[in-house]
Structure formats: C-alpha cells, structure tokens
Design a protein around this ligand. Structure first.
Ligand code: AHG
Ligand code: MN
Ligand code: MN
Length: 356
C-alpha cells in the first residue's frame, strides 16, 4: 500500500519538475559545433586553406608572434614578484625612459621572430635603427613590444602592438628603407595582445577582425570574439584632458560637445586597453597635438597604423584629425601623428569641428 502511494508521489513530482523545467537550455544547440573555442593555430591553418596560393609563411609568422605574446604574458604576470618592474635606467630613441619590461618584451619579441625565420626586418619602438634579420624572408614587422609603460608598475592593463608588411625589394637582397616605410594601407596583417583581466590576441589579415582569449592552463589562445565589429556610434571619449589648455580649438570644441552630450570619459593611459574597450563598446580615442607633443605622441608605424587597420576592418575609422591614417606616407621609423580612432560617427563628428 505504502509503495503504491510512494510511486504515485514520485510520478507527481516528476510531472511537476517536467512542467516547470527551465525554458532555456544551458547550452543553445546552435552554439554546439560553433567555431568559438577553436585554437589560434587551428584558426590560422583554416584561414590559410582559404587562400589557394598561400605559402604558409605568414601563418608561421602569426604563430611566432602568438608565441612571443605568450612569453611576454608570462613575464608580465611575474611583475611585482621578480625584479622586473620599474625603470631600466636608459632612454629610448624618443627620449622616453625605458622600463625594464619594455626592454624584456623587446628582447623576447625579437628573439621569437629571429628564431621563427620569417622576418627580414623589424622596426621596434625600443630600437633607434632597423633590426635586420633573415634577408631570405618576405616580411617586415613594426612593433611596440610593450604599450602603456606607465601602467606596468601599478598592475593596470598593458599591451603589445604589431604590424606586418610584405617587402618590396627582391627576397635575398638587403632590406631597403622603402620596404619598411610603407603606407598603412599596404599592411598584410596587424594585431595587438592585451595583457588585461585576461590576455587577448586580436588580429586581422584584411578579412575581418577576430579575438582570441588566452587559456593559461592549456597555454592556448582560443577564439572568443568572432568577426568583431565596432559600434557605429558610442558615448565614450578617451583623451588625456590634462593637456586641455594646449589642444587646438577644434579639439576643445569637440570635447565641449562630448560633455554637452553627457558622454562618459574613460582613459586608462594604455592605448591598447583604451582602444580595445572602445572597439567593443563604441567610443573615440584621441591623442591630438599638444604643446609637449606638437605632432601628437603616438607613432605612425607601430601604434597608429596597426590599430587603424583593425578599426577599419571592424567598421570604424582612424584619422589624424583630417587625413585617413593609413594613407599617410611615413618618412621616419619613429614618426608621430595625431590620432583620432574608434566609432565612425564619432571620428567623423570630431572632424566637423576642424572643418567649421
Ligand atoms: P608606450 O608605453 O609604448 O610609450 O606608449 C604609451 C602611450 C599610449 O599607450 C598611451 O595611450 C599614451 O602613451 C599615454 O600618454 P599620456 O600619458 O601622455 O596620456
Ligand atoms: Mn605605445
Ligand atoms: Mn611601448
């Protein structure tokens, strides 16, 4: 008798649970089998297969850069534990005080690219001159090995920025300056690594932008942000307003507009981190000319061009206030330009203040 009642109760409980089951499944069936979670290596290989005449050299170079990123990530993560924080005791070609991690990142990056063998020359923020590597290789790399040096010692996000060009002179001959001083619209790939609350690698080869998050226990970058798009408009503006007094009237005018629109001011002081946030959320980053930096502070070859390529691929814009960044012909390895980059409507709006 008791067994019969127990069975009846169980049936009632089962029907109750079935009727009140969660309406959404924990995993949407459409996400099963999606490419999110693909390793960077697999992704690069799959993409290469889409280009019938690809030789695999660019794919190998991208893998070498990812390896350098993992190594720098390891070093960055030890900051505070080992004696790798603080000033190195020297200045770079631009008269800026080098931090120990700037120098470590530079060494690690150059070593990884040298060992990889796919690069004929490197332009680095930390080196006055061109670094000549394998003359039998096809690619030139411009890089900011560690961006956001002022944030290293205070545990705030920093990054690495890179840009890849195909050389113009024949393979096997000495690299010429014209191989390196190419306009941004000649880039074949560009990307950045963000050492933030998680470490991410974001890159483009001119077919959209994809982001990969580092999974430290696997030691792999996994696809997490597929086909990234920057919102057309946004409400974040990022600028070091401490220099307000020396901004041109057009920049002051646009800042007044941002305030009137009640936009949010967000400025980390690491270009990569500020850029990444605005790419995801919609916003504009500005580094205009100032009294201290009449041509702006940021470098065309290894900061502005790389991020300009990425933002355009994500539907955004990058100008020096007037001209498209990627159309500026570089004349110097360490040339600086003003930068206005982010959501296309915001960058366009900033430009209207200059025009009228
Ligand atoms: P880097 O550390 O490679 O020299 O670059 C620092 C740059 C950039 O990351 C940042 O947006 C900008 O400098 C901040 O400059 P201010 O301190 O003048 O705002
Ligand atoms: Mn930098
Ligand atoms: Mn740097």
């Amino acid at each position: 008798m008791r067994v019969k009642y127990l069975k009846r109760d169980l049936t009632t409980i089962r029907s109750f649970l079935f009727l009140h089951r969660p309406k959404t499944l924990l995993m949407d069936k459409h996400t099963i089998g999606s490419t999110v979670g693909t390793t960077l290596d697999r992704f690069i290989n799959d993409k290469q297969a889409e280009f019938p005449f690809a030789t695999g050299e660019l794919s190998q170079l991208l893998r070498d850069i990812a390896l350098a990123g993992k190594i720098i990530n390891r070093e960055v993560n030890k900051s505070g534990l080992l004696d790798i924080a603080g000033a190195y005791g020297a200045t770079n070609v631009q008269g800026e005080e080098q931090q120990k991690l700037d120098v470590i990142a530079d060494i690690r990056f150059i070593r990884a690219l040298k060992n990889g063998g796919e690069v004929c020359a490197i332009v680095s923020e930390e080196k006055d001159d061109l670094i000549r590597l394998n003359a039998n290789s096809r690619y030139v790399v411009a890089m900011d090995p560690l961006d956001g040096s002022s944030n290293i010692d205070v545990n705030v996000s920093i990054g690495t920025i890179f840009s890849i060009y195909r050389r113009l002179s024949p393979i096997g001959t000495p690299v010429q300056m014209e191989d390196v001083l190419q306009k941004g619209d000649r880039q074949v790939a560009a990307g950045y690594i963000l050492y933030g609350s998680s470490t991410m690698l974001v890159y483009t080869t001119g077919h959209g932008v994809n982001g990969f998050t580092f999974e430290p226990t696997l030691g792999e970058f996994l696809l997490s942000h597929q086909n990234m798009k920057c919102p057309k408009n946004g409400n974040i503006y990022s600028i070091n307003e401490g220099s307000y007094q020396s901004f041109e009237p057009s920049v002051k005018g646009y800042l007044q507009y941002c305030k009137a629109e009640k936009y949010s001011a967000r400025y980390i002081g690491s270009l990569v981190a500020d850029f990444h946030r605005n790419l995801l959320k919609g916003g504009v980053y500005m580094y205009p000319s100032t009294e201290k930096a009449p041509n702006g502070k940021l470098r065309l070859m290894y900061e502005c061009n790389c991020l300009a390529f990425i933002i355009e691929q994500a539907g955004g814009m990058a100008t020096d206030g007037q001209r498209r960044i990627m159309e500026i012909r570089p004349t110097d390895l360490h040339q600086r330009v003003p930068l206005f980059i982010g959501s296309s409507d915001m960058v366009s709006k900033a430009r209207t203040f200059r025009e009228g």
